[in-house]
Each structure stands twice: as C-alpha cells, then as structure tokens.
Design a protein around this ligand. Sequence first.
Ligand code: CP
Ligand code: NVA
Length: 308
Amino acid sequence: MLKTIKLANKNFLSSLDISSEEFLQILEIAKNFKNKDLNLKLKDKVLGLIFDKSSTRTRVSFQVAMSRLGGTTVDLNPNTSQIGRGEPIRDTARVLSRYCDVIAIRTFKQSDLEEYAKWSSKPVINALTDLEHPCQTLADFMTIKEEFIDFKNVVLTFIGDGNNVANSLILCGALLGVEVRIACPKGYEPNDLVINKAQKIYKNKNLLKITNDPIAAVQGANVLYTDVWSSMGEENQKKEKDKDFLGFTIDQSLVKNADKDAIILHCLPAYRAKEISDEVIESEKSRIFEQAENRMHAQQALLSCLLS
Ligand code: CP
Ligand code: NVA
C-alpha cells in the first residue's frame, strides 16, 4: 500500500507545481485516506490559513484535514491580523513561517501568493487566487477518477467563466491527458498564458478546445462542470455578467446533449438558476457533494506529502 510521497517542489502555487505522476500519487493517497486504509499522523504540525476572501469548503476542509493528521491550524483573517493594516507580505511570510509548518493562502493576485512563497521558509499552498484554484482541481479529478476509474477517453466540458477554476482544470487536464472543452461567452476566455502552457504539455494533440458554443461543447461529454459567473472580487460586474452569460446555464436541456452517463460537477458555492439549475444540482447525475467531500481527502493527502 502506498504511504505518502515527498513532492519535488516545496510549494503548491499552481497545478503545474506537481508532475502528472505526483498528481496520480496524491489521488491514490487521498483515496487511502478516504477509505481509512492510511492512518498517518503528523503530530504537532501547524497549518497557517490566510484568507483574504471568504471560504467555507477550503477553510473547513483544510482545518479538518489537518486535525485528522494530528496537527492543528491557525486561522488568520486580514481584519483581525496586521495583514489588513498593510504589513508587507515579506514580513508576514518570514514571521509566520517561524510559527507554522505550512501556510495556505487565499488571495487576489497570484503574484502576492508568489511573494509569500518567496519569503516563507515553509511550504505555501494556493487556496485560490484570481488565476488558479489547484486544490479544488485535485478534488475534481479525484471525483472523476472515482466515477470513471481512469482518465482515458474522459471528456470534461466546463461551461462558464474562463477564470481560476477553469484555468486549473485546463492545466490539470493537460497534465493528465484529458480532453478539456471550455465554453464561455466571447471575452471571457481563459488566461492566454494558461492556454499556451497547457498546449505545450498536450504537445499539440488538440485536446483543449475553447468555444463560445455551449451546446457544441457538451456533445458526448462525460463530465459537465460549472462555476459562478461572477467570482469573489467581481461583485460590481454581476449585472453585466448575468446578461453576458445568458445561454450558459447547465440545465436539463443542455445535459441531454452530453453522454448518457455524464456526471455534473460544481466547485460551489452555486447560484441556482444562474450557472446551474436547481434540478441539475439535485439530479442523480450530480456528484457535487462527493466533490466537496473530496476537498478534505485530497488536501489531507497534499498536506501529508508537503509535511513528510
Ligand atoms: N470551492 C471552494 O473553494 O469553496 P469555498 O469558497 O467555500 O472555499
Ligand atoms: N471562481 C470562484 C470560485 C469559488 C470557489 C471565485 O473565485 O469566486
């Protein structure tokens, strides 16, 4: 039985900070944690959590994962720490990494996360930035693997904003050789650098498709995935985006175009009747709550690898 592994990179700032082999090994470790086949204890380790944006799943799944490993967490928020007062990242990072063994950060700019990692002597984990959400994607592919056993011939269609979640799905899809189709309104395409990096990894196999046509994108797909249209920090664009994304709702009529055994994923939180219908979230095809549960198992695996 696989125990745990040491990752080549110290940090997990991007989905590309791990290799495809490491990715699959983390999923295997996560499965062992989930099945209670692995009872690894990392006594006395401390995870620092810095959340500049709200969170339910990421925060709690990290807290519980750490507690299951026999460690503990310190939850910092900008209003009750000196971070909100504007203490430089390089100072906060140097201080916190003397107290904590690993730090998970949810913030806006990827460059701020990278600045934390530069000054921290301990591993830094991306708990979501405007660019990526790599911890989410670990759980997403764990959920897909539970359903389809391996990733061969899996077609993953993401309908929505080409934002953090879509970017990480693209990068992981490339790592794992999974066909990824992104359907978004014009002007909401994923990050160009992310697309270029993914294309290089796919070695021009034409497995990444970006389209503005959601119906074409779901034809025969095995996994339909969506995320909110207006992300955290974009609250003032909500009215405009609600208009721009009309026709991009995952509802029963769109699902009918997918493979008959297709599953539905959503990173949550969801706006029902916007990016996804209530009926689809509650349908038998939905694996959304298994996916949310897998956040905890996947992060327990990730922590065990970064801390061993
Ligand atoms: N999916 C996700 O990251 O959820 P939270 O914002 O609740 O952490
Ligand atoms: N794209 C969303 C994901 C939330 C988990 C956001 O950034 O708000």
